[in-house]
Write a protein that binds this ligand. Structure first.
Ligand code: NAD
Ligand code: GLY
Length: 373
């Protein structure tokens, strides 16, 4: 970790009465100045997990001690399979057991799992306390820490229980990405790539040109990738905070991806891996609907491959279904975008723009068969 912090970019998220900024730089996590404008409180709780705690909890603890008289740390078990009621309750146990009040500020130190759960706990505890996102994975820096979606999983569906609840601040410290395993770096790149087809094909061109450097952890490239991703996410969320419309485009690849994650059992495939493969499937669906050509599908598939992500759909355990496509369809019906039992997909129409739409079941079955072959 560097001893001098460098703030490279500040991206505003503009929401009426709930605006905040995303700070992007190096060494920010351990710099007390990063937190200087947060609301005053007598206590703070760092929520982290057993992998991230030994790496970064002490630095954050030290930085927060200059601002809060009482700082505590709660270490949760690591893994998507722990994004559950039982783990969420540990946060409430800690808050109530330590006499936390309405101003106690929660700090989510970790990837999207810690961020989503801590945000949900902040939304619920005493009907809402302030919280700060300190994302430590690429995926969390470019996506999950921004926009206020918080949730836990239910055995029947991913992120099915949660709340929209915005943080006070997001701190993207690029230095922490140095310890991220390569598989997690690739998972984060899935969400970076996503922003191209749905919003900005010039950014897609840039990712194509720089994918090897991004995978290798080049900090200059990562700074741009995080900045541009956050700018796009902030623009979409600023227009549609609670997903009445356009925000759904951020779910490109997620309908298929969530089915893969849930169908294989949470944790078998990483979220970003499900999204990577899911984007290929959603692109194939777009091709079948006639809104993109084969060349685009091939280009996207190649980039996802180069990012180190799977592009072939896995055969899910049948769990009583007659065939794999039926199992995919059953799982996709639990998706939050489904309405009156009808599954809706984000399709590309044309590259750089996305649409939420339904598709004939036969066509979706064809997509699954094509992508498994
Ligand atoms: P994660 O939180 O499980 O983190 C991945 C792994 O990396 C974990 O083992 C973690 O302990 C480890 N780790 C984290 N930071 C590290 C570091 N700096 N060095 C070494 N190891 C580190 O997974 P994720 O990919 O960050 O997030 C996925 C979750 O985010 C999913 O639950 C998904 O549903 C959610 N998500 C939410 C949103 C949203 O808008 N709220 C958006 C996208 C994804
Ligand atoms: N990751 C999707 C969203 O924030 O809306």
């Amino acid at each position: 970790m560097p001893t001098v912090s460098k703030l490279l970019h500040t991206v505003p998220v503009s929401l009426e009465g709930r605006s905040y900024s995303i700070q992007i730089g190096s060494g920010l996590l351990q710099d007390a100045a990063t937190y200087a404008k947060l609301p005053k409180a007598s206590s703070a709780l760092i929520v982290t997990n057993s992998t991230v705690a030994p790496l970064y909890a002490a630095q954050l603890f030290e930085a927060l001690q200059t601002r809060y008289p009482n700082v505590q740390t709660l270490i949760l078990p690591d893994g998507e399979e722990f994004k559950s009621w039982e783990t969420l309750n540990k946060i409430f146990d800690q808050l109530l057991g330590s006499g936390a009040d309405r101003k106690t500020t929660l700090f989510a130190l970790g990837g999207g799992v810690v961020g989503d759960m801590t945000g949900f706990a902040a939304a619920c505890y005493m009907r809402g306390v302030p919280f700060v996102q300190v994302p430590t994975t690429l995926l969390a820096q470019v996506d999950s820490s921004v926009g206020g979606k918080t949730a836990i999983n239910h055995p029947l569906g991913k992120n099915m229980v949660g709340a929209f609840y915005q943080p006070e601040l997001v701190v993207c410290d690029l230095a922490v990405l140095k310890t991220l395993p390569p598989r997690e770096m690739s998972a984060g790149l899935a969400e970076v790539i996503k922003y191209g087809p749905i919003y900005d094909m010039a950014f897609f061109d840039w990712i194509e040109a720089n994918i090897d450097g991004l995978r290798a952890g080049d900090e200059v490239l990562l700074a741009h990738a995080v900045k541009r991703s956050c700018e796009i996410k902030a623009a979409v969320v600023g227009e549609d905070e609670k997903e009445g419309g356009i925000r759904a485009i951020l779910n490109f690849g997620h309908t298929f991806g969530h089915a893969i994650e849930a169908g294989l059992g949470y944790g078998a495939w990483l979220h970003g891996e499900g999204v990577g493969c899911g984007m290929v499937m959603a692109a194939v669906l777009s091709e079948k609907l006639g809104t993109v050509d084969t060349a685009f599908v091939q280009r996207l598939t190649r980039l996802i491959e180069r990012a180190g992500l799977p592009t072939r759909a896995p055969a899910l355990p049948l769990e009583g279904c007659s065939d794999v496509a039926s199992r995919y369809l059953q799982l996709m019906q639990v998706d939050k975008k489904a309405e009156a039992g009808e599954i809706r997909f984000i399709t590309i129409d044309p590259p750089g723009r996305a649409t939420l739409r339904t598709a004939p079941e036969g066509m979706v079955r064809e997509v699954i068969a094509t992508c498994m072959a």
